[in-house]
Design a binder for this molecule. Structure first.
Ligand SMILES: Nc1ncnc2c1ncn2[C@@H]1O[C@H](COP(=O)(O)OP(=O)(O)OP(=O)(O)O)[C@@H](O)[C@H]1O
Ligand SMILES: [Mg+2]
Length: 593
């Protein structure tokens, strides 16, 4: 499907509004033409002629005679001109009402199309693999969802409101001109294709540049959003001027880019106007001797009126070029295959007593292997601790369980069923996940704990927070559970955030827990509070915990030691410590500090 066809396809849900738009636009154009034709009897009266010519005039005049004849039949010319003036006024009012309706219906369509496209894009983002978000700059996505969709509107406007309006104006004006003098009109028509030939290279140039311009705008957005996200780093390293210089370079590049595009696209307007001027001069030269003055004046007025829609239509290809480039950026994302969908026949996930990793290997996006041949079993009610040096692959190992990523080899089974056969949503529903970095939303404490679900009562949330050792500090916040947590929850300390995350997991009461302990050191008191909360969370569940704290590890039913993506040791604290391997070394190192 061509891109333009695809853009027009977005209009489908709006066919009724579109019909309204078309009808009102055509009505407005016809009435607009009519107001100029109505000038003829007025001009004739002005020149002291009979208001309506006797038979033998142009087609337009004949029609005019038929319509207005009854008014002038009585012979009272002044009164008849008055009637014409009233008709003129009524025409004007109706025309403007139609114009308003046309404008509003096109706004309704445009904004509807943009909303639909935005929601579609946002929804599609939910289905894309996590790897996509790591490859793509957040600001570029922001630009696609917010700006590019908005620019697609320009294409819709161009296709719709103004294209339709201008084309119908051109048709009406041409019809009138043909009716007034077909010979003169033909001169203009014969010359029209010349304009197309002149403008074509300009359009090609704009088309080439528009995509780069849209990409640069995305880069600009990225830089702003990244600076905002890392403002503390910028301040800490006194990198303000560095950031400003980087931004200035990019802003300057963008300016140059836009200038280049505009230098081409702005040319279409003067080119078409000068062209129309030449045509008009030719018409004057030929017409002045051929037509009666009042017809000639009407002809010239209408021909002048014709200029602006011609100019507008001549600009469409360049306007469309920008919109098509933006649309491409939107469609590119929409065309990425969704990853998160469930295969047909996927089962609802259940968990009774066993989770197995069988020869699991993994690498990110075709990179070097991060996990190799990892196999182990976990039984219901066990605490499985995973320890190992930083970068060993611990977080990655547990990211495979909720299927954030798929193993490149091997399989993970729950009660003997490969998890790839489960519906993702129900699989994740079995798990409570407390990740290494707590993600808090820009919302209330209550909404953060009950995240994504409206069916928990305040009492339930408070109970979960109580078990998570979070109730006390939440109660002391200015608005308690209704306190807004700022972007990224900056108002809370590390330990407080972790306890919010624990409350979030507790509230859902999942049978499987995945805990990625934060590596950031907490003070003794909050460490104790967090540990206590963790212990309560783990009770009666199957827990996988990436442990940095000794207390968690010592009571684990199974300890897995991971190094460079391989499972190098396994056992309990006492057996591993006794065997004197990597675990012993890690343990001794921590114990000493
Ligand atoms: N999204 C990603 N894309 C590509 N490589 C990644 C990604 N996430 C992690 N890695 C790489 O995979 C390896 C394992 O990372 P992982 O986060 O699993 O380590 P970890 O054992 O959890 O370390 P830590 O104890 O510091 O949290 C590292 O070499 C890391 O650089
Ligand atoms: Mg980690």
């Amino acid at each position: 499907m061509g891109r333009s066809a695809r853009i027009l396809g977005l209009l489908r849900p709006y066919s009724l509004l579109f019909a309204v738009n078309m009808v009102t636009t055509v009505v407005a154009s016809v009435l607009d033409g009519a107001t100029f034709v109505l000038l003829i009897p007025v001009l004739r009266t002005l020149f002291g002629l009979q208001a309506l010519p006797a038979t033998g005039g142009s087609v337009v005049e004949t029609v005019l005679g038929k319509v207005l004849g009854p008014f002038f039949a009585a012979g009272n010319t002044v009164g008849a001109v008055g009637s014409v003036a009233i008709i003129l006024l009524v025409t004007l009012v109706v025309k403007n009402a139609a114009l308003y309706a046309a404008a509003m219906s096109s706004v309704a369509i445009e904004e509807g199309v943009v909303r639909d496209l935005r929601v579609r894009l946002f929804r599609h983002l939910q289905t894309l693999p996590l790897g996509f978000f790591q490859r793509t700059r957040g600001g570029q996505l922001l630009a696609r969802v917010v700006f590019d969709t908005d620019q697609v509107k320009t294409a819709v406007t161009a296709a719709l409101a103004s294209f339709l309006r201008n084309v119908s104006l051109i048709v009406v004006y041409l019809a009138i001109l043909l009716g007034l003098s077909w010979r003169l009109t033909l001169i203009a028509l014969v010359l029209a294709p010349v304009l197309v030939v002149i403008i074509r290279p300009v359009v090609a140039r704009v088309r080439r540049r528009s995509r780069a311009q849209a990409d640069d705008r995305g880069e600009l957005t990225s830089l702003v959003s990244e600076m905002v996200a890392s403002v503390k780093l910028v301040r800490a390293y006194v990198a303000e001027e560095f950031e400003v210089a980087r931004f200035r370079r990019l802003a300057d590049l963008y300016r140059t880019r836009v200038f280049g595009t505009q230098a081409a696209s702005t040319l279409t307007s003067p080119i078409s106007e000068i062209f129309a001027g030449v045509v008009l001069v030719l018409l004057l030269l030929f017409g002045i001797s051929q037509l009666r003055p009042e017809v000639f004046i009407a002809f010239i007025v209408v021909a002048l009126r014709l200029m602006s829609p011609v100019k507008a239509v001549a600009q469409y290809p360049t306007i469309m070029a920008g919109a098509v480039a933006a649309a491409d950026r939107v469609f590119e994302v929409l065309d990425l295959p969704p990853d998160e969908g469930d295969a047909p026949g996927a089962l609802p996930a259940t968990f009774r007593d066993r989770i197995e990793y069988r020869g699991v290997s993994f690498s990110y996006d075709g990179g070097p292997p991060v996990l190799q041949e990892v196999s182990f079993d976990a039984c219901r009610g066990q605490v499985v601790a995973i320890v190992g040096p930083s970068g060993a692959g611990k977080t990655t190992l547990l990211d495979l369980l909720p299927r954030f990523y798929e193993p490149t080899a091997g399989a993970i089974l729950i009660d003997g069923v490969p998890i790839s056969r489960f519906q993702r949503a129900s699989l994740r529903g079995l798990m409570g996940i407390v990740s290494q970095e707590t993600i808090l939303l820009n919302d209330t404490v209550l909404a953060n704990i009950a995240y994504g679900r409206g069916d928990f009562t305040l009492a339930q949330v408070e109970a979960a927070a109580g078990v998570a050792n979070a109730h006390d500090f939440i109660s002391q916040l200015p608005h308690g559970y209704d306190t807004l947590l700022g972007e990224r929850g900056t108002r809370l300390s590390g330990g407080e955030r972790q306890r919010i995350a624990i409350a979030r997991a507790l509230l859902r009461d999942p049978p499987i827990l995945i805990l990625d302990e934060a590596t950031s050191a907490l003070d003794m008191e909050s460490e104790r509070l967090v540990q206590e909360a963790m212990d309560r969370l783990m009770a009666h569940r199957t827990t996988f915990v990436i442990a940095h704290r000794l207390a968690t590890v010592q009571h684990a039913s199974l300890i897995l030691v991971v190094a460079e993506g391989r499972l190098v040791e396994r056992g309990t604290h006492s057996t591993l410590y006794a065997s004197g391997g990597l675990y012993r070394r890690l343990y001794d190192m921590q114990f000493r500090t």
